[in-house]
Design a protein around this ligand. Structure first.
Ligand code: GCU
Length: 432
């Protein structure tokens, strides 16, 4: 069965450039998603444990010294673009600190991570709650968010983002958040539950790092590295790379906070930000755990399966997300020197988690599962437990080795149930 997709864009990217609207519309009209396993083509995955020279990777040292860097470089060149260098400038400005936030449950900090000496921006506004009722530094989650810190909780002290937002969504008018956005996305992060279970939670709005819009994405972090009128080189990072690099800057700050156990910070994102979490975790090994929720094409889903969204569609509808080289693989997935199981494997030996939802066919739940599964040999080589199952578990049942997976009943979303799994997984792997 084939299904033609006209406006299947659940995340709701709105292209502002008139030219692009036309191109995108034309390409999308012709795009037919595969939603039937019988239509999935035969494919052979590249072997994460064979080097580019064809040599088998036989021990941890060879993985670390040869194959891991090779795979990371392949993803940089062909998929996400080069990882950006260290920031030319960085200053942490703590603008708020309240040891008695959320009725005493937590300490709240808000910090502006300045990345330019001369200008106010780029700057990342990070919100951090650390639990009060713990002994010693708390492990935590760094969650990359879609809509501004104030949407995470009704806590009236949270600063309202003044940044450009995509144009639709509760509490956003003319691309700017209004006060009505306070707490509007509370269902995506159960802040109190996380704190009560002894974890810190930090979050920032991804648009601080790069506005999610073809005409704007170069205006923040990327402006530090590319001049306005300079053409983006084919292997230069796109928005996903900028978002991921922003996550690393937050970890730089978290390393300075005594209340946070910075070696045990899980990086977590949903959907396009799940792709971003995987890329951040791959390139910044300081993250102690990597969690991708419903990340789909260009995230955990195997590109070669071509199920649901595929490379050509994502490059056409979101041309600013990946590096330009990725476009060479439109309808030529088999020629990619990597597939997404190798991205999951770059998290090894650290705990990694991939999660899907039953109705989220656009993101190819089975492809997400298989990427986590096929990262297994790398986990085994490093003496860690791969996914403990070789078939997709029933909905609602977690399969938790050092690599973890679950599929939830329902649609494309990050829910309390998903968080419950992530907290259990963190309990299993993080120590206190
Ligand atoms: C679109 C896009 C997906 C992405 C999603 C989201 O659906 O096609 O690749 O994951 O938006 O980020 O919400």
């Amino acid at each position: 069965m084939f299904e033609t997709v006209f406006h299947n864009n659940p995340g709701g990217i709105v292209m502002k450039s008139a030219g692009l609207v036309v191109i995108t519309a034309a390409l999308c009209l012709g795009f037919t998603a595969i939603y039937d396993e019988d239509e999935v083509p035969d494919y052979t995955l590249p072997d994460p444990l064979v080097t580019e020279d064809g040599e088998p990777v036989t021990d941890a040292e060879m993985w670390r010294d040869v194959r891991r860097p090779e795979i990371a470089a392949l993803f940089e060149e062909h998929v996400y673009g080069e990882w950006l260098p260290e920031p030319p400038y960085m200053r942490f400005q703590v603008v708020d600190e309240d040891p008695d936030a959320l009725d005493g449950l937590a300490t709240r900090r808000q910090v502006v991570i300045h990345l330019s000496e001369e200008r106010d921006r780029p700057a990342i506004e990070l919100l951090l709650y650390t639990p009060n009722d713990v002994d010693g530094p708390a492990p935590g989650f760094l969650y990359l968010a879609f809509w501004g810190n104030q949407t995470m909780h009704t806590d009236p002290a949270i600063r309202v983002s003044t940044r450009w937002m995509r144009g639709h969504g509760e509490g956003v008018e003319d691309n700017i958040a209004t006060l009505a956005s306070r707490g509007a996305r509370m269902e995506t992060v159960p802040v109190e539950t996380i704190l009560e279970r002894g974890y810190a939670i930090a979050t920032f709005y991804y648009g601080d790092a790069a506005p999610d819009d073809y005409d704007r994405y170069r205006r923040e972090i990327l402006s530090l590295f590319l001049d306005e009128d300079e053409e983006r080189p084919d292997d230069h990072t796109g928005a996903i790379g900028a978002w991921a690099w922003g996550l690393s800057r937050c970890l730089d700050y978290l390393e300075t906070v005594d209340a946070v156990d910075h070696e045990q910070v899980a990086v977590l994102g949903h959907s396009r930000l799940g792709k971003t979490a995987l890329w951040a975790g791959a390139m910044d090994e300081r993250f102690g755990m990597v969690i991708s929720n419903n990340s789909g094409c260009g995230g955990a889903a195997l590109s070669r399966r071509r199920f649901g969204e595929r490379v050509v569609r994502i490059n056409d509808s979101c041309p600013h997300w990946f590096c330009r080289n990725f476009r060479q693989y439109n309808e030529r997935e088999d020629e990619l020197p990597v597939d997404q199981h190798m991205l999951v494997a770059l998290a090894a030996p650290r705990p990694v988690y991939v999660a899907s939802a039953t109705e989220d066919r656009w993101a190819d739940p089975k492809g997400e599962f298989l990427a986590a599964y096929h990262a297994g040999p790398v986990y085994e080589l490093l003496g860690e437990e791969p996914l403990p199952v070789d078939e997709m578990p029933e909905p609602g049942v977690g399969a938790h080795g050092t690599a973890g997976y679950h599929i939830r009943e329902g649609s494309h979303a990050l829910t309390e149930m998903d968080w419950g799994m992530y907290l259990d997984f963190a309990d299993k792997h993080f120590t206190r």
